[in-house]
Design a protein around this ligand. Structure first.
Ligand code: AHM
Ligand code: MG
Length: 340
């Protein structure tokens, strides 16, 4: 059978199920091409451009984090690819304080795009998997787009309002993992063809798992429910959970989530005392929400411990939240401990 390219998959979803309006299809194709360009830039490493693409950019983002050259480059690639096509009203990014409005010289569309252009920045220089995360919302009717500051309000929609979400993971293989609200599909980048090819449909995360991902260095700062749960997992077969667990922590959310998409597991960046003042570690609009939609679409669960992530009513663009997601049985167990 002929290969199903991303373009063909989207066309068939549009034709057979009426799920994808033409502008949304175009948007996803543009984002996928930007991800290809980012993948190529990353692949060049120290050989790319003048002085290579690795290392520090010499600037900080809005959250006070030092930007890497590839953070800045990936952000520019996504902005340039998306601003001219007439499918977007505005974009927002981890790397920009305020939303980016579509310049007046281009037509405006009905969608809003948010992204973390390069997630897992601490892994760029050590050649470990990193990724791009994106989320698509509809721009509310009558939204005030008169200035970048005013436009922030249009983005403040709960994760349930997302019309599409996905991530690219730049690992040994570059993959695009996508949902348009009809399950999760995985596309593999064929570098010779320059195309994403469908390689898995209807991804289902196993409900049971023996694998957890958490930054153990923060253990002393966690809240009691997470302390209890991790203690129980570490107690293994003779402990209350009656089984031995394995631990993995890539420190790139995309890579950790992709492992869970592939073989199950639980990922936690929970609330802790060190980050309480900022609300959590991971960002709601372009990390937690898109990942939560993908995880739910694959049969998993995504919560803060106390609340379904997709139900959170955002109050600011760069809001942070605790994140616990993955295999149903384990996520429900630790949520239960938060309720106890
Ligand atoms: P980033 O968007 O600045 O790269 O930060 C998010 C990353 C996630 O990918 C990852 O799960 C987490 O931060 C790692 O945190 P830590 O450095 O505490 O292990
Ligand atoms: Mg990130």
């Amino acid at each position: 059978m002929a290969q199903r390219t991303l373009a063909r998959y989207l066309t068939e979803e549009q034709r057979d199920k009426g799920r994808i309006p033409a502008d949304l299809k175009f948007l996803i194709e543009v984002v996928s091409r930007a991800c290809q360009a980012i993948s190529i830039a990353i692949g060049k490493g120290a050989l790319g451009g003048e002085g290579g693409v690795l290392g520090e950019a010499g600037s900080d983002n809005v959250q006070g984090e030092a930007q890497k050259k590839l953070d800045v480059l990936s952000n520019e690639i996504l902005l340039d690819a998306n601003e001219w096509g007439g499918h977007l009203a505005a974009m927002a990014s981890e790397e920009m304080d305020l939303p980016h409005l579509v310049p007046h010289r281009y037509p405006k569309g009905e969608y809003l795009l948010t992204f973390d252009p390069l997630d897992g920045s601490s892994n760029i220089d050590v050649n470990v998997s990193i990724g791009t995360i994106f989320s698509v919302l509809k721009c509310p009717e009558g939204a005030d787009l008169s200035s970048e500051a005013a436009a922030e309000q249009a983005f403040l929609q709960a994760g349930t309002a997302q019309v599409a979400a996905g991530y690219a993971v730049y690992g040994p293989t570059t993959l695009l993992v996508l949902t348009v609200g009809d399950g999760v599909a995985v596309f593999t980048l064929d570098r010779e063809q320059g195309q994403f090819i469908l390689t898995q449909e209807n991804v289902q995360i196993p409900a049971e798992t023996r694998e957890f991902a958490i930054n153990m260095a923060n253990q002393r700062f966690w809240e009691a429910p997470v302390q209890r749960y991790v203690d129980e997992m570490l107690a293994g077969k003779t402990g209350p959970l009656g089984k031995d667990y394995n631990m993995r922590w890539v420190a790139s959310m995309v890579a950790d989530v992709h492992r869970i998409m592939t073989r199950g597991g639980i990922f936690m960046y929970p609330m802790d005392e060190k980050i309480r003042h900022q609300g959590g570690k991971l960002r709601l609009m372009y990390e937690a929400n898109p990942m939560a939609l993908l995880i739910e679409q694959a049969g998993g669960v995504a919560t803060t411990g106390r609340e379904r992530i997709l139900d959170i009513a955002p109050h600011k663009l760069h809001q942070r939240v605790p994140v616990i997601l993955g295999s149903r049985t384990e996520v429900e167990r630790v949520s239960g401990y938060h309720q106890a």
